[in-house]
Design a protein around this ligand. Structure first.
Ligand code: MN
Length: 257
């Protein structure tokens, strides 16, 4: 990545009008890249498009002029812009779009644990979380990075030799943060938003040692989906696929061959 001068200026903007479903986010990302501007753009539920942009003043001015017109096919009715503090973004990202799937499998083998897997470049990056995820932002859960798994394994549930697996949660996830993926993972700090049946909202994985340490912490970020004081693993043990708990699968015994 090319070295950038510290961003001179940062703005937040809201664009209203006929601005969703018209290629505005992709066109804005391309223009921002041309201008050396970093940040993000996102469709909001109210039909507007929100944007954070930071970089050289001339680049910000040019991006604002671009947004005021909009790309061909967009109808910008109103553009509001105000200055905010520089956050240190290293990319211009489209936020609020799925980056792929995630799954949490509860797994009994020599130990009993949960495996959090995030789809990254056609494979599932994986962390074994002994106590499982939490929706309580005060709780930090040890997460030990383990070997990548094949995407085909995400749907596996049932008894195994000496144990078993249930699909405890699954869904799509979005990438967040100021650093592009997978570099964010390589650098040991990744922010993401889960859209599961049990797990919702922002989470972070933070490596606790220097690379290649496999020890990380999994944290729930403070947002509307946080549930302080809750224990989602205890409250909702059943598989999102079969409704069975891991105990029920283990009681059924090893697979018949
Ligand atoms: Mn496992």
């Amino acid at each position: 990545m090319e070295t950038q001068d510290p961003a001179a200026r940062a703005i937040r903007a809201v664009i209203a009008g006929s601005v969703q479903g018209v290629g505005l986010r992709e066109a804005t990302r391309r223009r921002a890249d041309q201008l050396g501007v970093r940040g993000w753009v996102r469709n909001e539920d109210d039909g507007t498009v929100a944007l954070h942009a930071e970089g050289p003043s001339a680049g910000i001015d040019a991006l604002v002029a671009f947004l005021a017109r909009g790309p061909r096919g967009a109808g910008v009715a109103e553009l509001s812009v105000h200055d905010v503090r520089v956050e240190g973004h290293e990319q211009f990202a489209i936020r609020g779009v799925s980056a792929g799937g995630f799954v949490v499998q509860e797994h009994a083998s020599s130990t009993r644990h949960f495996d959090l897997r995030l789809e990254v470049a056609q494979t599932m990056r994986s962390w074994a979380v002994p106590k499982g995820p939490s929706l309580d932002p005060a709780v930090k859960r040890l997460a030990v990075q383990v070997d990548d798994h094949a995407i085909e394994h995400n749907a596996f549930e049932g008894p195994t030799e000496g144990g078993g697996v249930v699909v405890w949660d699954r869904g799509a996830y979005e990438r967040g943060g100021r650093v592009p993926w997978p570099e964010a993972l390589d650098r040991g700090h990744a922010v993401f938003v889960l859209h599961g049946e049990k797990l919702q909202g922002g989470f972070a994985l933070q490596r606790t040692g220097r690379a290649p340490s496999s020890q990380w912490l999994l944290l729930k970020r403070r947002d509307d989906e946080a549930r302080p004081g809750s224990d989602v693993v205890a409250e909702r043990p059943a598989s999102v696929v079969s409704g069975l708990t891991l105990d029920e699968i283990l009681q059924a015994g090893p697979p018949r061959s």
